[in-house]
Write a protein that binds this ligand. Structure first.
Ligand code: SF4
Ligand code: SF4
Length: 355
């Protein structure tokens, strides 16, 4: 009989803050025993929006780089451009921001690159039989790697419910076109009674998709990519995202994760960092307070089990309530459910404590 999928857990809750590098080495070595790393190993990270201070810390990335080198492989650290405007929207300004935040060759011991080209348009199409999507444009770097470690900061997300391994694959390893194909699931609607025609939304939209006409905002759905920058900017909460769209987005995230895994030469390894757990994601350029105590670090070869275990531990640490659902009113159930049905992994797992 095949046993349950294993998720290895280094618990930070019941001890003094441990040495992170030791924890990461132990966690990675457990999964490497089952899926050896080889050749050029991409370490997929998110280096955080300008102004965000709770994203993945460079020290964690450095520890992963060091383990990869000790295993005789060549690490390369990467992310992709953002769909919305701002310093992460092209490779040049993203790398400048990354350096400011301490993600440099000197601090990490490995090159840092943006994997979908200078403007986020370098990718290739992967055909899939997803629930919502039949093809996804995946970032060029993905097909060049021999192995990949998906290193994710686990936190809440306003429409995905939470961001972890699955979202890091789906949104994190695709081009702007690949991201848009997911984001278009939830395009905003204008609540006419609340809109005062201030134009803040149209000023932030990089796609010319929202304009004020006759003192009310109007969305051009042919141009809109669903990035929701307008939604977050509106000072009057005059934009809304329909619930149906949120569920579709979560299903599309699972579809896109499938495309990325299909494009890889080998099975990826996952490492979730469940500390500094904020209600919203690292794409927000503001200071956020953690909403639960630090939980710890997890590793697995299964992205579904990995995110399910991370979520379960956050809920357990919060005293049995889902803090993401409480703050954002959105659960991440649909992504887990869709990913499991697509065969990406299992929601049933065995938590193996190490330390
Ligand atoms: S920012 Fe909000 S209130 Fe201002 S025009 Fe846009 S939708 Fe209307
Ligand atoms: S209208 Fe809003 S959601 Fe659509 S592309 Fe513009 S900023 Fe993004």
């Amino acid at each position: 009989m095949v046993g349950k999928v294993k998720v290895y857990f280094y618990d930070f809750r019941d001890k003094e803050m441990p040495r992170v590098e030791r924890a990461i080495e132990k966690l990675l070595r457990r999964v490497v025993e089952e899926e050896p790393l080889r050749g050029i190993v991409g370490i997929k990270v998110h280096m955080g929006e300008e102004g965000n201070i709770t994203h993945l810390r460079p020290e964690f990335v450095r520890s992963v780089v060091d383990v990869v080198k000790r295993l005789g492989c060549e690490p390369i650290v990467f992310d992709t451009t953002s769909l919305y405007s701002g310093p992460r929207s092209n490779a040049v300004s993203y790398l400048n921001l990354a350096a400011k935040k301490g993600f440099t060759y000197a601090s990490l011991g490995a090159p840092v690159v943006i994997g979908d080209g200078i403007r986020g348009m370098s990718g290739f199409t992967v055909k899939i039989q997803g629930f919502e999507l039949s093809e996804v444009e995946v970032a060029d770097i993905v097909r060049d790697l021999d192995s990949m470690i998906v290193l994710s900061h686990f936190k809440g997300h306003v429409t995905a419910g939470f961001g972890g391994a699955l979202k890091n694959l789906a949104m994190g390893c695709t081009t702007k076109r690949g991201k848009a194909s997911q984001h278009r699931a939830h395009m905003p609607i204008v609540l006419i009674e609340k809109c005062v025609g201030c134009g803040s939304c149209s000023r932030v939209c990089s796609y010319g998709a929202i304009r004020v006409e006759e003192k009310v905002a109007k969305v051009n759905y042919d141009n809109c990519v669903g990035c929701l920058e307008c939604y977050f900017t509106c000072p009057n909460r005059a934009l809304d995202v329909p619930r149906q769209g949120i569920e579709k987005l979560q299903v599309r995230l699972a579809d896109a994760a499938l495309a990325v895994i299909k494009a890889l030469k080998s099975r990826p390894l996952y490492l979730n960092v469940v500390i500094n757990v904020t209600a919203r994601c690292d794409c927000l350029g503001c200071v956020m307070k953690p909403i639960v105590n630090d939980v710890g670090l997890l590793s697995s070869l299964d992205p579904v089990a990995m995110d399910q275990a991370s979520l379960d531990l956050v809920v357990e640490t919060a005293g049995g309530r889902d803090p993401f659902l409480e703050v954002n009113g959105v659960s991440g159930e649909r992504i887990l459910e869709a990913a499991e049905k697509l065969g990406l992994g299992s929601r049933t797992y065995e938590l193996v404590k190490i330390g």
